[in-house]
Every structure is written in structure tokens, then in C-alpha cells.
Design a protein around this ligand. Sequence first.
Ligand code: MSP
Length: 529
Amino acid sequence: MPESPDKAYYVTTPIYYVTAAPSIGSAYTTVVGDVLTRWHRQRGERVWYLTGTDEHGQKVMRAAEANGQTPQAWTDHLVETAWKPVLSTIDVANDQFVRTTDADHTERVQEFWRCLQEGGDVYEGRYEGPYCVGCEEFKLPADLVTVGGVDSCSIHGTAVEMVSEANYFFSMSRYADKLLELYETRPGFVQPESARNEVIAFVKQGLEDLSISRSTFDWGIKVPWDESQVLYVWIDALLNYVTAAGYGTDPERFAGLWPADVHLVGKDILRFHAVIWPAMLMAAGLDVPHQVFAHGWLLVGGEKMSKSKATAIAPEVITDHFGSDAYRYYFAKTIAFGSDGSFSWEHMSAVYTSELANGLGNLASRVTAMVGKYFDGQLPAPAADGPAEKALAETLAATVERADAAIDRLAIHEAVTAVSDLISDINGYVTEQEPWQVAKDTSEEGRARLASILYAAADSLRAVAVLHNPVMPKTCATLWAALGADALGALVAQRVQETGQWGQLPAGVTLTKGQSLFPRLEAAEGVAE
Ligand code: MSP
């Protein structure tokens, strides 16, 4: 089916299990997705950014039981008090929040599986085998490790449970060839390349049919043709990407969103998204997403940071100390998107001080202070550009291209690094041009030279305010205002593409020094800096 010309750039995060409050591990995808979608919005594209919560299944049910609550009361409470609020803690501008307990979602999921059953893709069978509740996954022998002589999950390190149940099955094996053809003909479908290779190797071994229902507990969506069973949590959860987009309820809206441009997922849930999900969509005759991109894990002591192992850190512990912009900057820049990474308080303090406070913060304060001191705060018109200004203008134009191209490859860290390199170049320019020395020359030429230097520095900072806005929206709004850039219109209306053009800041606007963008850190209680 040809795509609607008005289709939005549609990005999704995984929907998170509501077993506890969010950690920086689960917030990682949401932050990076937010940087990506804000960047696309600044290109002038229509964007849709979806996140939400995965509320059915044994994992959530057991968390609720352990807390003496019904699963519904438990998820209602945690979603409202923790999962939705964390989005403002980390300053995420999602367009929609989906819950799998939403009535709309459950009805559409039932409808979807009824269609597949009627189409002959579902049959009755018996599942016998290992299951990891932590992953909510039926495990293959190759997925298991032995811990203390017991078959265990390689991700969670906990014993798998043996399941033996009469279930319904989805004839997924039928789709193996079509899936291999998909990976072959659309190399961008699974990325990065290592993830693509892993998925191809997995499907080439042969696909088994998938058990799609459970009969030993009832926290889930009822199988529409057999109310004694509930649908397996993953085949309910994956459908959020289409039910939230209007599948089955609003065809016009659905055409304006689907297929998703990218599903951002952690590497632990790659197979669900790159194998099961497209097979389900193919069976239903729906388009598959453009891309599934698998990122790495935040590690602690070499292992995945996790709530169950109590190695998780709450995002607010970090934002309370460093602010949400520094948080976003740290995770978007210092971890290569697609690879594992880690967080440490010491590393984050070092990045904050060297790159943000001494880098961008100091540069903005030096430039605005000098315009205040030497030109009464009025941005002077530049005289003719010299070689240093021409070089800076070229660097600026190249930065925009470099960052924009990195975003297209989902190399988010490279895009942020390109902008932070530009800041170092502007800092270098100011240091080399020594405007404070030039200011001692009060001749007409001296004043003209001083005007050119300060104009070049301020106009470069104007570009930084646009380019860093997807990463640090609060700081960039402050910087924008300090540069008197309001005359250009709102920051959010500035297009990435035009940012690289030199000389956009109107001469004569008033620059203000204001408060420092990144204040000195107070020593955190009990934490060495
Ligand atoms: N509910 C499923 C996803 C269903 S999507 C249709 C699920 N939930 S989860 O809460 O366990 O994990 C959600 C996402 O958070 C996964 O992509 C997972 O990789 C990510 N992370 C959880 N801990 C993480 C780290 N320590 N580091 C990076 N991402 C991690 O799976």
C-alpha cells in the first residue's frame, strides 16, 4: 500500500512493565527517542512520539501480589504516580501515552487475533518447555545457562519455570521465508548491523510456532474465542504500536502514522520486535515498520542494570542534582547508541563540569558579558569577515550537515558530539582572537575588529541554541533569550537546516548575561565528586 504523503515520522519506545518505578535503564530509550523526535520536529516534519506501559502478564501480576494489591490497582497507581511523572522529570515531549489496560487497546487486540484465527493462522496445541517470567518469554534450550545446576535465564540469571499447558499457537514458522526476504531486501529493517546479523542467524535456524495464550492465570486480555485463556503478554503488548495509532478505530489517523518509522528497543527484546512482530503484521496483511533499532544496556559491574537486582537508579536522583538537561546530554552523548554503556556519578560530574559548565556555560557568559561591557549590551554589526570568521562559518555549516546526517543513521551520540565540538571551536576562536586585548585598541579599526569577533561568537552561539535544543531544551531557551534572539521568532520554530547559515542574528539586539547556564554543583550528600 503506498504511504500517505502526510504520514508523520512515527517513533516508539518499548512499553514498560509496571513492576516498580522507572529507572535510568528504562528511561534511557525514552530520552534518546525524545532527542530524535525533537530533532525531526525542528526539521519541520510532523512527528508522533509514542511511549507507554505494558501492564498484563505474570511479571506485573506477581509484583502486584507482592505488594498486596490487585494488578489493576497496582498499575493504576504506579502509572499515575511514577511512569507518567518521570516524563516531565526527564523533560520528554511524547505525543501519546498508551496503556495496555486501556479499553481501546484490549478490544483491538481481541479483534486482531480473531482475524488471524479466522484466517487460519491459529491452532490449538500444547506447550511444554521453559519460561522466564522476567523476560515473559518461552525459552529455547540455546537461551539457557546453568546457575547452581539449575536451568536459568541468561539475562536474569534466575531459574526458568517449566510450563506445560494446553494453549493456542500462532503458525509463525510459515513466515520464516518471508522474514528472511524482508531482512534481505530491506537491510535497514533491523539495525545496527550486529543486530541484523543476529536476527538473520536466528531465523535461519528455523522458526517454531509461537504459543499465544496462557491458561494458568487470568491477568491478561481474554482470548476472544475462548474466555478460559488469556493472550500471551507479548502478543498483546506488541500491538500497542498499531492500536495507539488508530488501527481498527480510525483509518485516517492510522494511515497518517503507520508504518512506524522506527521502533527503538533494547537488545534484550530484539527478537520480539524483529521476528514475532513482523510475522504478526504479515499474517494480518499490515505493513511492517520501517526499522527496528536495538540499543545496548546500561551496565553496572558488567551486568544489565535492573530493578530486580536492585542495581537501578531512579532518574530523579540524578536530575535533582544535575538538572534534566545535563541528564539528557549525558545519556545522549556519552553512550554510543547501539552499544552498552554505563553511568557513574564521577563521570557525570566530570562531563558536567568540563563540557557544560566550563564549555558551553562559560562561553555564553563570556560572550554576553563582553557585549555588555564593550557595547552596552547591543550586539554590534560585524565588519568584513576575516579568515578566522570564514573558517568558523565553514565549521558551523559543516556541523549542521554532520549532525543532521548522524541523526538519519540514529547515531544520536555523534550528532550531540558534533555540536559539542562546535562549542569547543567557538571557544577556541574566542580564545585565539582575544577580544579583551582588541578592546584596548579604541581606534575605528579596533572597534570594527572587536565588533566582528563578538558578532561571530554570538551568531555561532545562536546556532548552538538551535542545534542543542533537542537535547537541552531548557538551557537552549535561556541561551536563546540571553542572545536577544527573540527577534528571530521562537526557538522551537527554528529549522535545523537553516541554522548553518552565517549572520542570522540581527545587529542591535540586546544581549543579557543573566544567570549562568550550568551553575556550580553543590557536593551531593554522601557522594564523592
Ligand atoms: N514490556 C516489555 C516491552 C514491550 S514492547 C512491546 C519490556 N519491558 S521492560 O520494562 O522490561 O523493558 C523495556 C525496555 O527498557 C527494554 O527495551 C529494555 O531493554 C530497556 N531497559 C531496561 N533496563 C535497561 C538497562 N539497564 N539499560 C538500557 N535499557 C534497559 O521488555
